[in-house]
Design a protein around this ligand. Sequence first.
Ligand SMILES: [Zn+2]
Length: 245
Amino acid sequence: MSILTADDHQRYNRQMMIDGWGEAGQEKLKQTTIGVFGAGGLGSPLLTYLTVAGFGKIIVADKDVIELSNLNRQILYWDRDIGRKKAESAKEKLQEMNRDVEIVAYADEVTEDNIEQVFASVDAVCDALDTFESRFVLNAFAVAHRIPLFHGAIWGLSGEVTTIIPAETACYRCLYSEAMPGKVFPVVGVTPALIGVIQATEAIKYVTGVGELLKDQLLLYEGESMTFSKVRLRRNLDCPVCGHL
Ligand SMILES: [Zn+2]
């Protein structure tokens, strides 16, 4: 018997028409819990599209408070939200977009000490972060649990995306061996909008089984010249995180 309700059939009708999706694909989405680490520029479009696509449960983690300087790109937040916690404000908006998705907000810092609790029983995670340190924590978690990690990063008018499947593809640490210092970098809203939506597309494809994933491929976007290119990635067999797998 299908777990989809009559409302589900109406809400998701158009996407279920995609080849290879159908009721089975929608049921898989409904049974999936996905963690999104970061609810800023990348997280805003990513969370929005995961929510409207009908993931069963979304755990959003971000410790930051909304500031005026976020509003050129973090489209889940509006002037009236300044001073509030991003995770809580995001949960409120997302819940209004789709009442059938369970949204869980975690508004404190996520570290290697508590990530197991914050993202307990997730089936996949998304990297909507902006520091190497946090990405290393998320990557180690994904590799330890052998769950997919949808990576995205931006700078100015440029961005990159890849889909990490532990033990099968290069992990984030295979790409970046050491952390570079974080600093305030230039960015315009359209860049994370584009990259975040590609991450969401990959997550949806992974769960429904539709299409081919960006496995061992780094998709590079250059907005100034409006070019997309792909770089082939390879696992580092000496990787301190995934080398043993
Ligand atoms: Zn690795």
